[in-house]
Design a protein around this ligand. Structure first.
Ligand code: UDX
Length: 447
């Protein structure tokens, strides 16, 4: 099929590359010339496992091209919208301007249906519920005879290629009109023929359901993390160990053991902004009470960051001024170079504001951090960061840091204080090696 993907950021670039890998003829469109120049050479603009190979191969074989020239999307039969919907400046709601611009672009440049072949816009961006209906109405009034489906994306950074090529489910939000809905479904079925042949569960629903599925999933995941972090607070108050607690409740299949890792909380380009936009939308719809619990989810999450800063201060003897803190890991999670709403970066900034001397290392984001935050010290090696440190904090569980040997690195630091911001170290090993171990809701584990 001929496909266009509007927006070549995280979602769009991965989607374009994966659609080409499935055999489609794909053009990716973005307004950012630098991004397009790199992608056109088959080079990604961010770190994502498997993406470089996919881009290189499909660009070389001619199934995938990237452009800033909107006229190039004319012949596509499906136009995927994969632009960002970031949080609005100073407000909870989502910025919809990029989605609206994408629709404008499609309306201006897409060819109308030819020889009875329908043309489809498939929205993938995470949007406030009601957006699809509004876009569909615009399409109707434009008289362009282009149909719309909403087809949310559930990719996780670090697994984005896998999540796109072999998703755990596919969701179509289709127009209420049965005949038009069937046309939209047929096009999407053709596009995802490989996944559907592999028995990937398909959920077909109307527009609002498809839009809600995405924010509901992210809200549930955020709630799970804040739930276990609330339990971590209880464990801290009582001497319990939240990692054992999570292990024990996770054996109950109804609860499950995933997304129960307590620590400094969630961040990234999706969960925080999606739950906030969801609350804002619920307010507009007059059902804000239905989502008041998400405010608590957000608050618990942000409290984890305060807690980590306070713990560092406590470990430093009550005052951070002039104390060296080694921060290991700054991205919002490992295996990505993404710094968007990173809890680690927030914590580091607050430590700096309290007078700590920071030495931050990260396997993927060091260079970006140096460019964006020249005020922060970013040494080249972990050893340099650890040298004479008063407090060491693991804030992103990169394996480079979780596998550090406590005995080998002990002589480097000034005072052996380790804060395990993600509960990924073995407390006993570190304590036995002579470190003061501080976990996140782990009490003083004896078992
Ligand atoms: C998330 C959703 O998982 C994905 O389905 C959606 O499409 C986009 O948003 P992503 O942002 O890549 O994906 O990150 P995810 O792996 O969900 O992690 C989010 C944050 O939660 C990270 O900061 C991570 O460190 C944190 N986290 C995750 C925890 O603190 N504890 C956990 O148990 C799991």
């Amino acid at each position: 099929m001929r496909i266009s993907v509007i927006g070549c950021g995280y979602l769009g670039a991965v989607h374009a590359a994966c659609m080409a890998e499935l055999g489609h003829d794909v053009v990716g469109l973005d307004v950012d010339e630098k991004k397009i120049a790199k992608l056109s050479q088959g080079l990604p603009t961010f770190i994502e496992a498997g993406l470089p190979e996919l881009l290189e191969k499909n660009v070389r074989e001619g199934r995938l091209r990237f452009t800033t020239d909107a006229s190039q999307i004319a012949e596509a039969q499906i136009h995927f919208i994969g632009v960002g919907t970031p949080q609005l400046q100073g407000r909870l709601g989502a910025d919809m301007s990029y989605v609206n611009q994408a629709v404008d672009t499609i309306l201006e440049h897409a060819n109308p249906p030819q020889e009875g072949k329908p043309v489809l816009i498939a929205g993938k961006s995470t949007v406030p519920v009601g957006t699809a209906q509004a876009i569909a109405e615009r399409l109707t009034t434009s008289g362009r005879n282009i149909i719309l489906a909403w087809n949310p994306e559930f990719l996780r950074e670090g697994y984005a290629v896998k999540d796109t090529l072999t998703p755990d489910r596919i969701v179509y939000g289709l127009p209420d009109n049965q005949e038009i809905g069937a046309q939209a479904k047929a096009l999407l079925d053709e596009c995802y023929a490989t996944q559907l042949a592999a028995d990937t569960p398909l959920v077909v629903a109307n527009y609002p359901t498809a839009e809600l599925v995405k924010v509901a999933a992210n809200s549930f995941l955020a709630t799970k993390i804040s739930f276990i972090n609330a339990m971590a607070e209880l464990c801290d108050a009582t001497g319990g160990d939240v990692t054992r607690l999570a292990e024990a409740i996770g054996h109950d299949e109804r609860i499950g053991n995933k997304f129960l890792q307590a620590g400094i909380g969630f961040g990234g380009g999706c969960l925080p902004k999606d739950i906030r936009a969801f609350m804002a939308r619920a307010g507009e719809l007059g059902v804000d009470q239905a989502l008041t619990f998400l405010r608590e989810v957000d608050t618990i999450n942000l409290r984890r960051r305060d807690h980590a800063v306070n713990l560092a201060e406590e470990a430093a003897g009550g005052r951070l001024v002039g104390k060296k803190v080694a921060v290991l890991g700054i991205t919002f999670k490992p295996d990505t170079d993404d710094l968007r709403d990173s809890p680690a970066l927030d914590i580091a900034s607050r430590l700096w504001a309290r007078g700590a001397e920071l030495a931050i290392v990260d396997p993927a984001a060091a260079e970006t951090l140096r460019e964006r935050r020249p005020d922060l010290t970013v040494p080249d090696t972990v050893e340099e960061a650890l040298q004479d440190a008063d407090v060491v904090m693991i804030l992103t569980p990169w394996k480079e840091y979780t596998q550090l040997d406590p005995t080998t690195i002990l002589p480097l630091v000034a005072t052996p204080n380790i804060i395990d911001g993600r509960n990924v170290l073995n407390p006993k090993d570190w304590a036995d090696a002579g470190w003061n171990y501080y976990g996140m809701g782990r009490g003083v584990p004896t078992w």
